[in-house]
Design a protein around this ligand. Structure first.
Ligand SMILES: Nc1ncnc2c1ncn2[C@@H]1O[C@H](COP(=O)(O)OP(=O)(O)O)[C@@H](O)[C@H]1O
Ligand SMILES: [Mg+2]
Length: 361
């Protein structure tokens, strides 16, 4: 049985549906992420798990028991909000003790629970320090310890790293992965940052407009996006509308307006002439070469129209004769040389038959 089960949950505000028939099962010990653009209903869903808000339809179960009617303070769930917010004038121990003091727990219980929580996050020797005497990662650990002090079964984290700069965020992500592994508690993590979701999660639910578009492991989400929204939201993707003209032995011929006919490996159920859909092709799967080097598989000649130098890689936008632009990503591996091609260069772009996917919608 799943630890946390969300069944057909709906939440409306007036005639706007913020969470639209969402069903999810989250396992004990899982690092589960709700990922989606701002406004897609992530916080609303988290608030209903915490009990700050109620579903209009559907139910939320913990260990198989409905949480309906259980107020937030009686749910074995704790929420960590953005930026962690520790009290600067309190020591580490006092910060962690705070929720227990608020609940009027006896002093000896507070003492032992704080000691236990400090041990969980390996900060026992920092009990008497103040937040400003800690590193960012240690402050994060204190905030988690404070969240763990009441032994919740689930920790809900709503964009905890979104206020940090890129470098610090990356350090904190590594801390969070280790921390979750060490304490073994179930995390339900909310972010709009696809890179963060891919880096942290065991599984990701990609949301759009209150619905779950895809629920999968990070590598599946990235490599096998289920539809246009997911392909476009996660990383960068070439997306071309097309129609299957012919299909034989698992290889389809897809006609793409402005590009030409593309050969594509197809799953049996998709391999039907006449099916319309789209080709999703990651830029790192596209090889770019000078025009006297025809590539393997699908190969088209074009002209470099734009390039985006990102340091480690460069993304080239190559315009094919028919007018379509294909994005190709090339790692800048050569010493001292930062660009292989310039705007205006005639090049070939090529990709293998199994490099792209056919999507229905
Ligand atoms: N209390 C509320 N009253 C009216 N609309 C709300 C309320 N809470 C959230 N919404 C709307 O529901 C949608 C989803 O919000 P939210 O769950 O906060 O999105 P996210 O966390 O994914 O950015 C948004 O359009 C938001 O404006
Ligand atoms: Mg939110």
């Amino acid at each position: 049985m799943a630890l946390l089960e969300i069944r057909n949950v709906r939440r409306r505000f007036g005639d706007f549906t913020a969470v639209d028939n969402v069903s999810l099962s989250i396992e004990a010990g899982e690092f589960f992420t709700l990922l989606g653009p701002s406004g897609c209903g992530k916080t609303t869903l988290l608030r209903m798990i915490a009990g700050f808000d109620q579903p209009d339809e559907g139910e939320i179960l913990l260990d198989g028991v409905s949480l309906a009617g259980t107020p937030p303070e009686h749910r074995p769930v704790h929420t960590v909000f953005q930026s962690y917010a520790l009290f600067p004038h309190m020591t580490v121990a006092a910060n962690i003790a705070f929720p227990l003091k608020m609940a009027n727990r006896p002093a000896d219980e507070i003492k032992s629970k704080v000691a236990e929580a400090l041990e969980d996050v390996r900060l026992s020797e920092f009990a008497a320090r103040y937040p400003h005497e800690l590193s960012g990662g240690q402050r994060q650990r204190v905030a988690i310890a404070r969240a763990l002090v009441n032994h919740p079964k689930v920790l809900l984290l709503d964009e905890p790293l979104s206020a940090l700069d890129a470098k610090l965020r990356e350090q904190m992500q590594i801390e969070l992965i280790n921390l979750q592994k060490e304490v073994g508690i179930t995390f339900v993590y909310v972010t709009h940052d696809q890179g963060e979701a891919l880096a942290l999660s065991h599984r990701i639910a990609v949301m759009s407009r209150g619905r779950v578009e895809q629920l999968d492991e990070p590598d599946k989400i990235y490599s096998f996006p289920r539809n246009r929204f997911v392909a476009d939201f996660i990383g960068t993707c070439n997306l071309f509308d097309g129609k299957i003209e012919a299909a034989e032995n698992g290889i389809g011929k897809l006609k793409v307006e402005g590009l030409g006919v593309v050969s594509l490996a197809l799953a049996a159920e998709e391999a039907k002439a006449g099916n319309a859909g789209l080709l999703a092709l990651r830029p790192e799967k596209v090889k770019i070469a000078s025009d006297d080097q025809p590539g393997e598989g699908n190969c088209f000649q074009g002209v470099v129209r734009e390039l985006l130098y990102l340091g480690d890689v460069t993304v080239y936008a190559v315009e094919i004769a028919g007018g379509v632009r294909v994005k190709a990503l090339l790692a800048n591996f050569g010493a001292g040389r930062t660009r292989f091609f310039e705007v205006g260069d005639t090049v070939t772009v090529a990709w293998a038959v199994d490099a792209g996917h056919f999507l229905h919608e």
